[in-house]
Structure formats: structure tokens, C-alpha cells
Design a protein around this ligand. Sequence first.
Ligand code: B12
Length: 439
Amino acid sequence: MKILLVFPRIEHGTSTYKDKGIWSSVLFGYPIITLPHLAALTPKKHFVKIVNENYYNIDFSTDVDLVGITCYTMTAPRVYEIADEFRKRGKKVVLGGYHPTALPDEAKQHADSIVLGEAEATWPELIRDMEKRKLKPFYGPNPDFDMAKIPPIRRELIMHNPIIGAVQSTRGCTNSCEFCAIGSFCQHGVKQRPIKNVIEEIKQMPNKMFIIHDPHLTVNRKYAREFFKELIRQKVHKTWVANGTSNVLGKVDDEFLNLARKSGCVEWFIGFESVSQAALNGIKKGLNKVEDFQKTIKRVHDHGMTIQGGIIFGFDEDTPDIFDTTLEKMHEWELDVVEINILTPYPGTPLFDRLEGEGRLLNKDWSRYNQVDIVFKPKNMSEKELFEGTRRVAKEFYSWHNIIKRNVRIFSITKKLTALLPAGNNYTFRRYYKRDLNF
Ligand code: B12
């Protein structure tokens, strides 16, 4: 059987189709592992091809038996267009990912089958059914699969070749933050791959730098510590970045941070989300304490690693003064890079259900669920204030003057050339916000 897997074009964010060219395809484009992972789960007797629409046009007349498309909320409208076009030409289409899982009946109008949740157990079953021409309308969710059986992704199918590789070691999260899509998507708590499998995959990838696409690597400290030790013991000598949480990185012992650094870590992404404790409590992320953030950042810096912080504006507790306060803290705490987002209620999250129940969703144009457009009615400010405030923070934080200052600091913290990774992010984010927030 011939299977085509499609990654649709992205209109917003740091690696969009508009950024085609050397910047995203060779330098700082994030590697996307979803489809090479799905290809690896496909029995070997079938032929699999991947098209990433951010780099290549889709050939709708291509000779295939089955088309699988990955779908986030923001990409859903484009995914539906692609799916409709293939179906018009008599191809069988399957959709999977976060958005079809949250809204399967909507997605089903554009597909022959929907795969709900993680596909490790269900994709092989779907392929068998397809061989018999007996596709079921829905598969899963089936969270009952063995992480030890996850094969290495089919890296040779990634046609563009960013210098940064990617791997995943854990799934799921123990927190249930109101805005996050992971809680309802991964229905099995935390699961991890055997460390030896992850290290083997890292060793096999040609890239000298890689990103760990886990919800957060610090979710199981014992596992993370063993992972660092093994990277060191096996002399892997690669540079990596991962997601971590403030309450773990602020509290772990020095040995943990030393091992992380020695094993190649140059940057942690931490979702601080807000400088307002009331907002954090409101979104059920009260485990994070604003009063500890500065100490956490300093500790990570003192161990030679940098921090990319995540900040979200638009929580119910946010008033118009949140923008100046946040900007002040971002500088005072010496954050190296910051992802600045407008709160977006993704279907499937408790936030979406609450705002929908309160009649506060402004539209369901999924293409605008992109963290730079405003799709809900904020509580304590106007939509204009929310947009202008976010824009002002991004413009100020990503001024050339501030970027240069931060990048000098980044190199002095890491003392490594590979600090180009976090330093480059400062430039990537400037480009993104300048375009999407229009400054
Ligand atoms: C890496 C990552 C990115 C990277 C790479 C993007 C990518 N598409 O891979 C970057 C930084 C570019 C990114 C950008 C964004 N991201 Co992101 N990202 C992640 C992250 C951390 C890991 C994704 C991953 O690689 N997982 C590993 C693979 C193997 O798993 P998977 O993709 O979930 O695929 C499995 C299933 O979903 C399913 N599946 C998926 N697709 C398909 C298709 C078919 C046919 C089938 C059968 C099955 C199937 O099978 C796979 C195996 O089980 C997740 C959080 C997480 N830990 O999952 C957030 C996450 C997916 N991102 C999210 C968001 C919101 C965004 C942005 C909108 C943020 C922004 N400000 O712009 C953009 C959207 C870009 C886009 N449209 O792709 C949300 C998605 C919510 C939603 N409902 O859409 C998540 C869940 C984060 C969160 N906490 O809410 N992201």
C-alpha cells in the first residue's frame, strides 16, 4: 500500500511556510517528528512518503491509497481543505492529532477515519483494516501501549534538514493547567521510553544539537537524572534543549543541574505563564510560585544553562498594568528568551469549556486560535488593550538593543558556541512577533 503523510502549512508562529528558505529550512526551523514517528509505526511492507507543506507543495494527483494528515487547532481549516481535495479525487483520508481528538465529529466531516489520541496502538490496526478496505470511522483513544516498543523515528523521510534534531522520551504530565491541551489528550499519566532506546536514537541522528519534545523532561526527576548520566557515560557529546518546570528546576539539588549541563543542556524552556500569582492560581498552576522565579533563573544560569520563558497574557486576573509589570520582571529576572503569547482556549481544554459556557468565545475560526489573535472576551481589559499590551511587550523585549544585551549574556553564561541555539531564538522570535503582532 502507498501511504502519504501530510503536515499542513502553518500561518503563524516561529516556523511558518512564509519563512520558507534558508532561515527555517537550514538554520532554526524546529524539527517536526510527528509524521516520521507515524511512518516508523507503519508496517515496513508499506511505502510511506511525507510532505511538509511548509516546504513543498502538495501534489493532489499523486498515486496513493491512503492519506494521513496531522492536525492542530490552528491548522484545522487548511487540513480540511487538503482532506476535501484528496477525497474529491477518491483517496481515503485519515486525520489525527490534537484537534480531531478534541472535536472528532467536526473532523469526521472531512475524513474517512479519525484517530483519537495517541496512535501507537491504533495506527497499525487502521492499516490492517485499510488493507481489507474496511476502515472504521473512529479509532481509539487507546493509551494502552508500551513505550519500550516505540521505534526510532524514520529520520530519512525528513526532506528538509534543519541542523537541530529532535527526540521524545516521555509522554503526559502530572499537572492539569486549565489552558493546556496535554492533560485531556494523554490519558495515561506519565509514561517514559527506556533510556537506552532514547540514547540510541540520539546517537543515530546526524545532528549535533537536538530538542527534546517532551511535555517536560523534569516530570520524573529520577528518570531525567539517569538520562543525563547515561548521555555522559556514553560520551554522546551533543547539545540539547528541553522543557522543564520552575518548581522542579528551582528545587532540585546542584548535582541534577550539574549533570544536565555536563550532558549537553544549554537551555531549558520554562512555562512561567505569568508574573501574577493570582493568575497562576486561577489556571491551576499554583504549584509555581512567582516569588521563586528569579531564584530559579539564577540557579540555572549559575549552572551554565539559559532559560527561555513562556509568558501568556489575557488571564482573568490580568488587568492593564500586567504588561508593564511583566516587562519589568522579564528584565529584572534576566530571562534570556521569552515566548510571549495571548491566551488561546484550545478545544479539549478545561479553559475552552469554561469560556464557551460563559459565552465568552468571540469566534470559532480555528485559524485564529494561534496565540497572537484574540478569540475570547478578556475579563479585566478590552480586546484592544490585550492586543496592544502584548504587542508593546514583544516590541520592547525584542528591540535590537535588548537582543544584543541578552545574547552577550547568553554566551557568557554558557561559554559555548552552541549558545547560538538560544541566541538565535532571540532573532527568530523578533521576526515572528514583528510579523504577527505587526510592529
Ligand atoms: C514540538 C512542539 C511544537 C514544535 C513543532 C510543531 C509540531 N507540529 O510538531 C513547534 C515549536 C513548531 C510548535 C508550534 C506550535 N505548537 Co506545539 N507542541 C510541540 C510539543 C511540545 C511536542 C509535539 C510532538 O512532537 N510530539 C511528539 C509526537 C510523536 O506526538 P504528536 O505530535 O502528538 O503525535 C501523536 C498523536 O497526536 C497522533 N497523531 C498526530 N498527528 C497524526 C496524524 C495521523 C494521520 C494519525 C493517525 C495520528 C496522528 O499520533 C502521534 C503518535 O501518538 C507539543 C506538546 C507535547 N509534548 O505533545 C506542543 C503542542 C502540540 N503545541 C501546541 C501549540 C498550541 C502550538 C502552536 C499553536 C504554538 C504557537 N504559539 O504558535 C504552534 C502550532 C504550530 C503547528 N501548527 O504545528 C499545543 C497544541 C494544542 C492544539 N489543540 O492545537 C501543544 C499540545 C502544547 C500544549 N501544551 O497545549 N509546537
